[in-house]
Structures are given as C-alpha cells and as structure tokens.
Design a protein around this ligand. Structure first.
Ligand code: KG4
Ligand code: ZN
Length: 428
C-alpha cells in the first residue's frame, strides 16, 4: 500500500510517501519521500509558535513540498489537463478558507498526473486548530481531485508508531546525510506484543498510554499542567537560550556533565514533582517555577549567571524531569505487566533520557521489548502519520464516511477517537 501523508499540527510542514507491505506477522516500510519543513526560524523571535503565522506558512509551503515529495518518489509525471467546472467549484469550496493555497492548488495540481497512491493520511488533531485545518483541507482537495480515500490520524498515535520505524541499516547522524539515507532505507516494522505502554513526551503532551491492542488506547497518566517539552522550552527562555529550548538545554547540560568537578561546587537541587505519589500523573509547572526561584535567589545574592552555572541548572533540571518520567513509566509498566514499552515525541530525542531509559528498563523490566524512534523521527514528521494510517486502514478500513464529516480537532485525545478511520471523497 502506498500512502501519501500530511502533517501540519504545529510548526513543521511535513509530507511523506511510504510503501508499506505486510508479510506474515511483520511489516516492511520503504520511505519513498520524507520532507519536513521547519518553521522554527519564523517563530523563534516570539519564543513560541504563533498559530496564525503557522497556518499561513503551511498554506504557502504545502504545494511546493508535495511536489518535491512526488519528485523524490518518482511519482511526478506532468500531464496537463483541463479540470471540469464542477471539480473547480468543489475545490474552491473545500479550500475557501485557504485562498493562497487554493490559488497554488488550481495552478499546479491539474498539471500533475494522478500518482499511484492508495491513501492520503492526514493529522486531524491534536494541535493548533488553524494549522490542522490547512492540512485537513489540503488532504480533502487532493482526495477529491484524485479520488483517493483519506485516513485521519491522531498526531499522538503517530508518535506511538514512530517508535516502530527501525532502520535496517545504520543511518548517519550527520544533518547533511540523513534525508538522503532515510529516503533509500527499508524499515522493518516490529510486531508489537500487547499489553503495550507508550510514554509520549512532546511540546504539548506528556502522557502514559496503555494499549490493549493496536486500536485501544487508555491514558493512565498525564501532566496536570505543563508538558515536559514545554517546561524545557520555558526554562530555556529563562536562561536566554534559543527556541526550541529542548535541544539547547540538553546541549548545555551535556557540557556540565563533562565537568564533574565544577558541577559539585554548585550543589543545585531541584524538586521531582509528584514522584512519590501512587498515581501515574505528572506536573512540570512546579519544576519550571523552582528554576525561576533559583534564578531570583542568585540575582538577589549577586551571583553572575555565567555559562557554567547555566549548564549546571540545565543538567539538574533535565535530570529532575527524567527521574520523574522514568519512575512513573517503570512503575506503570510493572503494574500492567506490559510486554512492550514505547517512547515517542520531541523530547525522546534527548540523549540522556534515551540512555537512562535504556539502562533502567534493562535492569527493572528486562523481559519488556523497548522501542524508541530513531532520532530523526522523534520530532513531528509525516512518515509516522503514514505508518499509523497503514494499520488503521488495514484493520478498520471497512468503516468509512463521507469526507465532509472529517474535521480538524485541536484537543482530541488519543483515547476518545470517535471518528471513522477512512473518509471517501465521493459518496457512493
Ligand atoms: O513532538 P514535537 O516535535 O512537537 C509537538 O508535538 O509538540 O516536540 C517538540 C518538543 C519541544 O518542546 C522541544 O523543546 C522538545 O520537543 N525537544 C527536546 C529535545 N528536542 C526537542 N526536549 C529535550 N531534549 C531534546 N533533545
Ligand atoms: Zn508532536
């Protein structure tokens, strides 16, 4: 099955094309194209993502990125033809709120031959609603003009499935090589043993999701306030580090680790909120506030916030976050006797978190299979959306609806998805 996937839930415009096939119990995915266009430099001056700006950027970039993806997959065949008045009118209706995208759509798409795609996967939520709508409406317009069904995917489900994208050959970590290598790589998709537990850690979410099977999700713990990625971003801002904060905090923390003797002189200790509570919920707002008070204390005492001190604050903050995530994850994995433990989301790119999870899981729950995405699939991408869509279409594809029923939803949870999996462009 060949899937074209679209992801616009936040500040990355991503399009991928995957060819996925099942043989026996396992599946193989070949990535024919995987494009992620980040808007970070546009949002960085605001210190966070600006929803209307994100929407505008997605609308501007979707067509050029789609064309690149088709080209990479060798699906770009030009075949100019005139679209009927009816198709034009209906496309105008679908993209009525995206005039810039509509103009590009009508000038570019009719000259492209329908690609050999079996389904269009799109993220419908959660995320920034204006940004999600652009992707959903774009998917509808393509679905309509090409007569290809849509599979609607929950963004968090995408992060769960990202952990299954395991490259058969080792991929370099060099920024310049990654995109080329991913494109020519086959991914062996492991068969998940249930019950499985997923820890999802991103800029908007921190949740522990128990899975009885591939379609049954139950959130057994979640943050009561800030997401862990959000806390990284806010602490970075307090320390005048660049946005997004996660990678900057992690990089500085690493320098502190490399100077053990200096570290001990500072003796910083931050709280581990809710670590001893007998439930699986989290709270990261208190941890972030503790950093704020610490900085105020330093200011009062006339202590200069030099790079070394910042590095040690980052290190202790990062460790406090990892301690809480790790303890609650292991406790819930034990309680529910899970056979598979998955991690996904932007924060799972954190090296220290990856290392400590690996070590502790091996010691505490050695029989569980631990799956963590390759670093280039930890952040938002469309490949994970295609993979989630593949399983949805295969397992729940008989439940269909007209695509007028498909709507973006900013706050949809992973465990209360009421929508059908597959949407058809033309009512039969
Ligand atoms: O999943 P993601 O790309 O987007 C959302 O769906 O939110 O996650 C973004 C979050 C940001 O808060 C970013 O600071 C954080 O992931 N992040 C990290 C690291 N890389 C990205 N946090 C900690 N360590 C990292 N290395
Ligand atoms: Zn995400």
């Amino acid at each position: 099955m060949k899937i074209l996937s679209i992801e616009t839930s936040c500040d990355e415009t991503a399009v991928a094309i995957l060819a996925i096939a099942t043989s026996g119990k396992s599946a193989k995915a070949r990535i024919l194209a995987n494009l992620v266009h980040s808007q970070i430099s546009i949002h960085a001056p605001y210190g966070g993502v600006f929803p209307t700006l994100a929407k505008r950027e997605h609308a501007k970039n979707l067509i050029p990125i789609l064309i690149q993806a088709l080209q990479k997959a060798k699906f770009l065949k030009l075949k100019p033809y005139d679209i009927s008045k009816e198709i034009k009118n209906h496309t105008e209706k679908i993209l009525t709120k995206e005039p810039e995208l509509l103009a590009q759509f009508l000038s570019e798409i009719p000259s492209i031959k329908k690609p050999p795609i079996d389904a269009i996967a799109v993220t419908y939520g959660p995320g920034l609603e204006p940004a999600l709508w652009v992707g959903v409406n774009f998917a509808k317009a393509l679905s309509y003009i090409w007569d290809i069904p849509i599979v609607a995917v929950n963004h968090m489900e995408g992060h769960v499935f990202s952990a299954l994208l395991k490259a058969e050959k080792k991929i370099s970590n060099s920024k310049f090589l990654i995109s080329k290598q991913i494109q020519n790589t086959t991914y062996q998709i492991p068969n998940i043993q249930f019950p499985a537990l997923a820890l999802l850690v991103s800029g908007g979410h921190t949740e522990l999701v128990l899975m009885k099977d591939r379609n049954t999700y139950n959130i057994i713990g979640q943050t009561l306030d800030d997401a862990v990625g959000e806390a990284f971003d806010k602490v970075a801002r307090m320390l005048s580090l660049p946005y997004p904060g996660g990678p900057a905090v992690a990089a500085l923390a690493e320098t502190a680790k490399n100077q053990e003797s200096v570290t001990r002189n500072y003796n910083i200790r931050l709280p581990r909120p809710m670590i001893d509570r007998p439930n699986f919920d989290f709270s990261f707002s208190g941890l972030k506030t503790a950093v704020l008070y610490l900085l105020k204390d330093y200011e009062k005492a006339g202590v200069t916030l030099n790079k070394n001190l910042k590095a040690n604050i980052c290190r202790e903050f990062q460790q406090a976050a990892i301690d809480v995530l790790l303890k609650k994850t292991i406790a819930s994995a034990k309680k529910y006797s899970v056979k598979t433990l998955l991690i996904g989301g932007g924060v799972s790119a954190n090296n220290e978190l990856r290392k400590q999870f690996q070590q502790t899981i091996k010691k505490e729950i050695p029989d569980a299979c631990f799956l963590i995405p390759d670093v280039h699939f930890t952040g938002d991408n469309a490949a994970m959306i295609a993979l989630a869509a593949y399983f949805k279409k295969n397992e729940r594809g008989n439940k269909t609806a007209d695509f007028s029923k498909l709507a973006a939803s900013g706050n949809v949870r992973i465990d209360t998805q009421k929508m059908p999996a597959v949407f058809l462009p033309r009512a039969s």
